[in-house]
Design a protein around this ligand. Sequence first.
Ligand code: HEC
Length: 144
Amino acid sequence: MMKIKASVHPLLLAAIPVTLLLAPLPSLAESPASKEIDPDSGMVVADGWKIVKANCIACHSARLVTQNNGSRARWESLIRWMQDTQGLWQFPPEMETTILDYLTEHYGPKTDARRAPLLPSQLPINPYDVKNDKENSATGEPTA
Ligand code: HEC
């Protein structure tokens, strides 16, 4: 009887795990890391970014913008809060749409959080009595 001998070269076998490791790499092409970033502001270079850069870094660092995430409603409420309390100017409606489109598209709600947020019942007791803090509860918006 003829003996069947596996003829796969050992080096080829050794290459298989490496191939498996490299396989997920193409998906990185869609990660934010591959977007073009303005070296000056750290902002994603895309439609509307110059308008945002021109209007959103006069009072604070661009990093304050780029480190934040949120839905369109959250960005809009932040803008309103800055307009109502921090001296941010009004935008013509079209410009505001451009700004909100840009922020929602590139700094939208996080989808890559590692776990769901904790329930209030799972959090430690808050030493600050938020409910009775009139200054904060008036708007529910960020303080300094
Ligand atoms: C007229 C001044 C001014 C301009 C212009 C301005 N902001 Fe702000 N913004 C503030 C101030 C003041 C704060 C609070 C700063 C702090 O917390 O140190 C703030 C805070 C923020 C925060 C952090 C909010 C938080 O939850 O901590 C974000 C995000 C933000 N601004 C985004 C923007 C965007 C987007 C624009 C452009 C549409 C913009 N800002 C333009 C004054 C401004």
